[in-house]
Design a protein around this ligand. Structure first.
Ligand SMILES: C[S@@+](CC[C@H](N)C(=O)[O-])C[C@H]1O[C@@H](n2cnc3c(N)ncnc32)[C@H](O)[C@@H]1O
Length: 214
């Protein structure tokens, strides 16, 4: 469910989200750099819903080892091609994150990053499961960087509500969050929020969240 619209988007435009990293990736990287274990220690980062990899390429170009997951085969192939051409430390795999444990051992990653991913078509139960899996694969006090669409988004309330809180916006299935929902979800799954701020990334409104495993 849902893959086809993403396959079509990436097939039509190999760089659907552009080639530049998002400002959230740069913001997250700056936090990662503040860790006492210096960045030169080859940090391991997992990216969920990486798409064609505008942010993956940015992290990898700064020496971070990345595992990237996405359920669009077109996106995975684009990212693998770019990583091979640029010889970047990226492993990109096809993976549907709903209700399946992440394919990595416990406490494996320094950070998990996802940009506009947790607002995809996930039920509340699935969201709790994904957060619990993120927590499992993170090292103690590992970072969880994520962004989600907000209720201030101009698309919120448009389109058909296909499931509680999830709207069909031109064929894409999107959940919109309040700050309170993010705080409740994060704390119930064992994350401490260090920062949460709202930002406009043309054409959408996002909450940018910097959290740590408790
Ligand atoms: C809004 S896009 C963001 C892409 C990328 N993070 C970026 O900002 O450039 C969301 C991505 O999540 C992927 N996705 C949605 N549901 C998924 C699922 N259940 N499992 C894995 N990937 C999923 C889509 O294929 C798409 O690439």
């Amino acid at each position: 469910m849902g893959q086809e619209i993403w396959n079509k988007a990436y097939r039509t435009d190999n760089s659907f989200f552009g080639d530049e990293p998002s400002s959230f990736a740069i913001h997250s990287f700056n936090h990662l750099k503040t860790d006492s274990n210096s960045i030169n220690n080859k940090k391991k980062l997992l990216e969920l819903g990486a798409g064609h990899g505008r942010d993956t390429v940015f992290f990898a170009s700064h020496g971070i080892n990345i595992e990237a997951l996405d359920y669009s085969i077109i996106a995975v192939n684009i990212l693998n091609k770019i990583s091979n051409e640029k010889n970047l430390p990226v492993k990109s795999q096809l993976f549907d994150i709903r209700n399946k444990p992440l394919p990595f051992p416990d406490t494996y990653f320094d950070a998990v990053y996802s940009h506009m991913f947790l607002n995809m078509h996930f039920s509340e139960e699935e969201l709790h499961f994904i957060l619990s899996e993120i927590r499992r694969v993170l090292k103690p006090t590992g970072w969880n960087f994520f962004s989600v669409r907000s209720h201030d988004d101009k698309f919120y309330g448009n389109g058909r509500e296909i499931e509680k809180g999830i709207y069909d916006i031109n064929g894409f299935h999107i959940r919109f969050f309040t700050e309170k929902e993010i705080r409740n979800l994060s704390s119930s799954e064992g994350f401490e929020i260090l920062q949460i701020k709202e930002e406009y990334e043309d054409p959408v409104n996002l909450f940018l969240v910097i959290a740590k495993k408790r």
